[in-house]
Design a protein around this ligand. Structure first.
Ligand SMILES: O=C(CO)COP(=O)(O)O
Length: 248
């Protein structure tokens, strides 16, 4: 059984003043039931990690595949760990689109992250055109095939349909269930029994209003939340929904 994880992706949002949201979030969290992670921009990782307390984990949004060197503007897994991060999001569709990241590049980054002891959150998801063409499951299977790293103990998979990100639209429960069951089966073929411990997150327009419904879907172990993670009251409500789902 995978641990439940509520993860927030702040994307390119957040200045020092926004760290106050972490204090507010910390004050409203349930004691247990799920892990809670915020991935702020790189500029805030260290300060957030110092301020967050034990209940809130902190992660990066990308890392380079190399451990150091001449890569201006990039950040390594070792630097994230040094700054207090425990996780890193890799292969988000915005990075695939903005920086032409391939599945092979995502796998290299995930290997680098795991070598530093970071949990790699590998993102996959189809475009609207791919879903309309009936190719969603095939596309996601192929992304997993190319991007999966080698260690299931330091791995989270996030299914984020590109067309659901920031749009207020979500797939049907049956569509999420179909993808998540395929992902679990793919992990089982690759990792055997250890696949059961890999949290499978859904991401894309998760809000307090739809969180409980999403967390009730089979093989959904949590969420990767964008816009609703920026405000403590919204993200806190999503965390509470996940903790409630974990208790059954
Ligand atoms: O991309 C996402 C998280 O990584 C989802 O973003 P939204 O929750 O804003 O749709």
């Amino acid at each position: 059984m995978a641990r439940k994880l509520a993860a927030g992706n702040w994307k390119m949002n957040g200045l020092a003043a926004d760290l106050a949201e972490i204090d507010r979030l910390g004050a409203m969290l349930p004691d247990s039931g799920c892990d809670v992670l915020i991935c702020p921009p790189a500029t805030l990782v260290a300060r957030m990690a110092e301020r967050a307390g034990a209940r809130i984990l902190v992660g990066g949004q990308d890392c380079h595949a190399a451990s150091s060197g001449a890569h201006t503007g990039d950040i390594s897994a070792a630097m994230l760990r040094d700054a207090g991060a425990s996780h890193v999001i890799l292969g988000h569709s915005e990075r695939r689109a903005d920086h032409a990241e391939t599945d092979a590049a995502v796998r290299s980054k995930a290997l680098a992250a795991q070598a530093e002891g970071l949990v790699a959150i590998v993102c996959v998801g189809e475009t609207e055109a791919q879903r309309d063409a009936g190719r969603a499951v095939e596309v996601i299977a192929s992304q997993l095939e190319g991007a999966l790293p080698d260690d299931p103990a330091l791995l989270v998979i996030a299914y984020e349909p590109v067309w659901a990100i920031g749009t207020g639209r979500t797939p049907t429960e049956a569509e999420v269930a179909q993808v998540h069951s395929m992902m679990r089966a793919t992990l089982a073929r690759r990792f055997g029994a250890a696949a059961d411990g890999v949290p499978l997150l859904y991401g894309g327009s998760v809000k307090p209003a739809n969180a409980a419904q999403i967390f009730a879907i089979a093989d959904v172990d949590g969420a990767l939340v964008g816009g609703a993670s920026l405000k403590a009251d919204e993200f806190g409500a999503i965390v509470s929904a996940l903790a409630a789902a974990a208790k059954g």
